[in-house]
Design a protein around this ligand. Sequence first.
Ligand SMILES: O=P(O)(O)OC[C@H]1O[C@H](O)[C@H](O)[C@@H](O)[C@@H]1O
Length: 313
Amino acid sequence: MNIEQLNADHGIGDQLKFVEGTGGFPFIKIDNDKASAVISVYAGQVLSFQPANDSNNLLFLSETAYYQPGKAIKGGVPICWPWFGPDPDGLGRPAHGFVRNRFWNVMRTGIAADGDTTVTLGLADTPETRAIWRHSFNLSLEITVGESLNLELITRNTDTRPFFITQAFHTYFKVGHINQVAVLGLDGLEYVDKADNATYKLQTGAVSIGAEVDRIYRNVQGELVIDDVALDRRIRITSGGSNTAVVWNPWAKISAEMGDLKDDDYERLLCVETANADLDIVEIAPASEYHLTANYRVERDVMDELQVLKSPT
Ligand SMILES: O=P(O)(O)OC[C@H]1O[C@H](O)[C@H](O)[C@@H](O)[C@@H]1O
């Protein structure tokens, strides 16, 4: 992909620029009055989102992430599609599907009426994807960078037969310290505990993390909140088209084993994923489409907001 051509076709002055990013991947750098963001065209992956006047990124991005064709980038918002988790047919295909490790296409960029910056990335089937997954599809990822980060993943079935998918925004949130984080909104829900032989359990109260956590929560309705005491902020997650939330933290052993995480990175990251997974399987009929959405908003106390306004920049 030619950076000059991408800028000529889709650049928007100082607000949206294509640059050569890590590993030579084309990155989209967005800077508007409300936030800044970085998006990788490889994997269709938001790598960074930071509201203006905020000193912390919304997202965790591993300093030891791979930026190599065929590999997933550890951090930001990887897209798991058309399956979440291990290959559902046991054929040895990659975990979390095949769109987080290939180049997407830049379809459109724009400025919305309220000043938000929009980017649409797309991916359609090719002989290569049909060799992995036999269906014809057209996938769009609509990214809106404003006061909040908004994501919409639209799956269109361009095939003559229905197909079934599971999927997720596998979002890595940056946290101040994992010991001081709680996930609210899952109280009373059943979950599959993948870190304990996939046994079924019931959540009571908020989710706190003190060991490896790998859970699929069922029948999730309404919003989730990550309450982060150390960073003194809350992240409000509003999802659409999903009844499933995945909560994942690798903890110390897995963090140390993973080549693309530092040993203590588990202290600084938490994945809370808007998903269709487990029993939440989506059937899409020919010529139909399905929308999965997630909105991430950083909230801070009013007193903190006043402090930011008062402090010299
Ligand atoms: O390292 P990755 O392939 O990105 O997967 C990281 C994790 O993703 C999800 O949250 C799964 O529930 C975990 O079982 C998996 O380990």
